[in-house]
Design a protein around this ligand. Structure first.
Ligand SMILES: Nc1nc2c(c(=O)[nH]1)N[C@H]1C(S)=C(S)[C@@H](COP(=O)(O)O)O[C@H]1N2
Ligand SMILES: [Mo]
Length: 297
């Protein structure tokens, strides 16, 4: 598969090369203390290791255990890949991955990532803003939401052979959320193509929302007038809403959301307070002005 992920930082980026390059660019202190290199939308917090990001995660299509995605996602075929883009758009159609990847400039964005299960990571993604894709396909005036679907292929996705969720996995965003510059179509991480367990070849990343909004291995994008279904809300409406903004004041019915465990060994391993909108409030809070976030959770 041809790749545009290596445009930014890396040749083939072993993690130490990637970290070194950051340290050089950020001043050598970066290697010793937190690599301080906040650029644009990126956080200056220390990223998790490639190993951590690719071996501890959720991708229920491959099982419920945090190690299952790394164990079983190798079976998933990601080439060829196309995304069906339709609904309230001017130019609907089946777009090949290469054409989708050419819809916006691939950037590196180092984002905090907060799972609803109260663990978090920092991940250096590569991707392009979803806004560029939406502009390319043309949003019709009646479009108010964007719906996403993951690949449905039980032959290659053992989790889809049991009814733990209503497959395919579905997610949705309000159009202003989808158009927000923080919202990424991610095509890689650490300067490499997206690992299969992290949602190859292309997945959503919405850093101010709980991780489950960041739907993986996307094959369908539909613009709609009405709020679309999202899998976790559908599976348990009391526990999961449509918005799913990170909010330490709204606890999950079965556990607190006030703090989180930052995944990672050594010095950086810690429990920390959760911040409203996962720390992206300056950039996103205004979209929810006037909404009661205890009702729109
Ligand atoms: N298709 C699909 N997308 C998914 C999931 C899933 O089970 N299936 N899990 C979600 C959850 S709960 C989390 S926390 C993130 C994990 O993403 P990561 O691999 O980047 O850590 O993926 C989200 N996207
Ligand atoms: Mo999650």
């Amino acid at each position: 598969m041809s790749s545009r992920n290596d445009l930014k930082w890396s040749d083939v980026t072993p993690e130490h090369v990637w970290l070194n390059r950051r340290a050089v660019l950020g001043g050598m202190a970066g290697l010793i203390a937190t690599p301080a290199l906040a650029r644009g939308y990126s956080t200056d917090e220390a990223p998790n290791t490639f190993e951590e990001i690719t071996t501890y995660n959720n991708f229920y299509e491959f099982g419920l255990d945090k190690g299952d995605p790394a164990r079983y996602a190798g079976q998933m075929t990601t080439d060829p890949w196309a995304i069906e883009i339709g609904g309230l758009v001017d130019r609907p159609g089946s777009y090949d991955l290469a054409d989708v990847m050419a819809m916006g400039p691939i950037e590196e964005r180092i984002y905090r990532f907060r799972c609803v299960e109260a663990w978090s990571m920092v991940i250096p993604w590569n991707g392009f803003q979803l806004s560029h894709l939406l502009e390319k396909v043309g949003m019709q005036p009646s479009a108010r939401y964007v719906a996403f679907e993951t690949l449905l292929r039980p032959e290659e996705m053992p989790g889809q052979r049991s009814r733990i969720l209503d497959w395919p996995y579905r997610e949705g965003l309000r159009l202003d959320e989808a158009m927000h510059p923080l919202t990424l179509m991610a095509t890689g991480l650490y300067g490499r193509d997206m690992p299969k367990q992290n949602g190859a070849p292309i997945r959503l990343v919405v850093p101010w929302k709980y991780g489950f909004k960041s739907i993986k291995s996307i094959v369908k994008i539909t613009l709609t007038a009405d709020q679309p279904l999202n899998t976790w809300k559908q599976s348990n409406t009391r526990e999961y809403g449509f918005y799913s903004n990170v909010n330490p004041q709204v606890n999950h019915p079965r556990w607190s959301q006030a703090s989180e465990r930052r995944i990672g060994g050594g010095f950086f391993s810690s429990r920390q307070d959760t911040v409203i909108f996962n720390g992206y409030g300056d950039q996103v809070a205004q979209m929810y002005a006037g909404q009661d976030l205890t009702k729109d959770f």
